[in-house]
Design a protein. Structure first.
Length: 627
């Protein structure tokens, strides 16, 4: 039997290692990396222009920051950035070649798009200071809020006694009897048998259920149905995920079912539909908001006038009382209409959710969330439904020591191990050709995942082999290189062969057919340096000019949850020692190879890679298909 208290204490120690690592890494990067490199990494905008400033609907003083820079139009790398809702930022001014001065205040991103973001500022003086600087910039600050929230959650869970949180903690850490309702199973003719079973298991569960969804098996479809049916029994539910993007995805699918979703926190890549569902926009759209705005403005004007008189204090008190009354009325109206409250796990600690409890919490992409992050949201729930796939991308852990200690081992994995009776595996996939699926199914899922008939033989070319491995071991100059201060790796010869291979495939298919049928392509590399190198090469290649809109180049993490007709993977590693680094994390390779619907092209040095049993078996599997 595990001691939950000891395990949670160990989690705190590992989380502290990760926190300390982040602090040290941030200090090192801030001091040693120049502005241009920070911009390329997506952590900085420079120079910036200050736009309008105003009080938003939550009475926060905000400023619009516009991204500048001559390279913006012709360098796609700079368009991508890591600024998103809730992240803290710091501002600086530059004078001379390398003289950078950081302002003492920080801001919080409220909304971000490609070249503009809205930042919550401490006061008007801070905005004025930035605007007066000749050359100003903004970069991500070390946001320690999430770490504090996770640490606090672990402490509260460890100290819980005699309540529902304590019961869930003890159940999650040790094999135990999970309780179920006993009504007859419901029928869902539009779902397959394992999806239907999974929805019923969610409805029966009194404590916990796990929806295990391998690639292409319709996890989101199943989860949306489970939430829809749960809302026929409960008034409101909480739906969380680790990332804003995952929250937005499930929220949009719920809205398509006609469910009223209240999005706590702005999405990272906001479309108009999702933006209108945010708490802030709902607040602004309320019929009483113009009156509230006028009162807030009046209060600011009164406070700016002569103070000290009795009438002054009376006016302030009356306005504050009326403002509070209106804010509560608007807040209660918004919350009364919402059926689903959607936010990130850390976002569940938002002040707008203070004091709220939910009968059911759904955690999507639970296998990508640190255990401590899950506990932030679980504190608000009576039962928990996990959905995800622990055979795909794990949580991001940067500290090697914390990773070795098990920080990357998720709460979902813990429950799958301790209480396998609550897990339902979705077994029919609708994405890829069966020969692409089969290797993943056998290696990761015990051969249990099968292809739906309609996709089993899907392909682009007749008599084409769905998977091809192109061995680069005999390619001249195909050795990996270590580049940059972070030890990124590129393989220049393999990158060139990657584009040559795709060009040859397009010529076989026909460029016009690629355009007419909108055949889309993903080029994946596990190494960010190789991704950036491939992007630069792609922009300079005239052959691909009319086809660039159909080609996406990104890391494995960047392709999580996505799919393409054609996937090309550049594995990079090529050395005499057989070192493959984090290619040993096979969950990432599972993601990479299962993004392809119809054609998968793998480029890799077999002499280096096949020393590992996974790659040796994959190579043999592909080789057999090609014979």
């Amino acid at each position: 039997m595990l001691s939950p208290t000891l395990e949670l204490s160990r989690q705190r120690q590992l989380l502290q290692l990760e926190w300390d690592h982040e602090r040290e890494e941030f200090r090192r990067l801030t001091e040693s990396i120049g502005i241009e490199r920070k911009v390329r990494r997506g952590d900085c905008w420079y120079p910036i222009a200050v736009g309008r400033s105003y009080y938003n609907s939550l009475n926060q003083f905000v400023v619009e920051i516009h991204r500048g820079g001559a390279t913006l139009a012709d360098d796609d790398d700079t368009v991508e950035h890591n600024f998103e809702y809730g992240r803290q930022v710091m501002f600086f001014r530059k004078s001379g070649m390398d003289d950078i001065t950081y302002f003492e205040f920080t801001g919080t991103v409220s909304y971000a798009e490609a070249t503009r973001m809205v930042v919550i500022m401490p006061d008007e003086a801070a905005v004025s200071a930035i605007a007066q600087a000749d050359l100003a910039g903004v970069q991500l600050a070390l946001d320690e809020t999430t770490y504090r929230l996770m640490m606090d959650a672990l402490t509260r869970v460890a100290n819980a006694k005699g309540n529902r949180l304590a019961e869930l903690r003890d159940l999650f850490y040790n094999p135990g009897k999970t309780h179920k309702f006993t009504f007859d199973p419901m029928r869902f003719p539009w779902l397959n048998a394992t999806q239907e079973q999974s929805v019923n298991e969610v409805l029966w569960a009194k404590d916990v259920a796990v929806v295990h969804g391998p690639p292409g098996t319709g996890k989101t479809t199943t989860l949306v149905e489970a939430i829809y049916e749960t809302l026929r029994r409960e008034n409101q539910v909480l739906v969380c995920a680790q990332s804003n993007m995952a929250v937005d995805w499930i929220s949009e699918r719920l809205m398509e079912r006609g469910i009223d979703v209240l999005r706590i926190g702005n999405p990272t890549r906001v479309n108009d539909r999702m933006l209108s569902q945010t708490y802030e926009r709902r607040f602004e759209a309320h019929p009483d908001y113009p009156q509230l705005w006028s009162m807030r403005k009046a209060l600011r004007e009164v406070r700016g006038s002569r103070r000290g008189s009795e009438s002054y204090h009376q006016k302030v008190d009356r306005l504050k009382e009326r403002i509070t009354e209106l804010e509560l009325r608007i807040h209660n109206d918004i919350f009364g209409q919402a059926r689903v409250f959607a936010c990130t796990l850390a976002g569940s600690a938002s002040r707008v959710l203070d004091g709220m409890k939910f009968a059911t919490l759904f955690i999507d992409e639970a296998a990508q969330a640190l255990e401590a992050a899950c506990w932030i949201a679980i504190r608000k729930a009576n039962r928990v439904i996990f959905a995800g796939d622990h055979c795909q991308l794990p949580p991001t852990v940067k500290s090697v020591e914390a990773l070795r200690g098990g920080l990357g081992h998720t709460l979902m994995e813990r429950i799958v191990g301790s209480n396998p009776q609550v897990v339902t595996l979705l077994k029919v996939q609708y994405r890829m050709n069966d020969e692409i699926l089969r290797f993943s199914s056998e290696w990761f899922y015990g051969g249990q995942v099968e292809s739906a008939p309609e996709v089993k033989h899907r392909g682009i070319l007749d008599l084409d082999t769905p998977i091809t491995w192109i061995d680069t071991s005999e390619l001249e100059g195909s050795e990996e290189e270590v580049v940059g201060e972070n030890g990124g790796r590129i393989n220049r010869a393999e990158a060139q062969l990657t584009l040559d291979t795709l060009e040859q495939y397009f010529e076989r298919v026909g460029r016009q057919r690629v355009l007419d049928e909108r055949i889309d392509v993903g080029i994946i590399s596990p190494y960010r340096a190789q991704v950036q190198y491939l992007r630069r090469m792609l922009r300079r290649n005239d052959f691909f000019k009319p086809l660039r809109h159909a080609i996406t180049v990104n890391t494995v993490d960047g392709f999580q949850g996505q799919e393409r007709d054609v996937i090309v993977i550049s594995l990079v590693r090529a050395n005499s020692e057989g070192q493959i680094g984090f290619l040993r994390d096979l969950r990432r390779m599972n993601v990479a190879i299962t993004r392809a619907r119809m054609k998968l092209l793998i480029l890799g040095d077999t002499a280096t890679l096949t020393r590992h049993p996974f790659y040796a078996r994959l190579y043999r599997y592909v080789h057999q298909l090609q014979q």
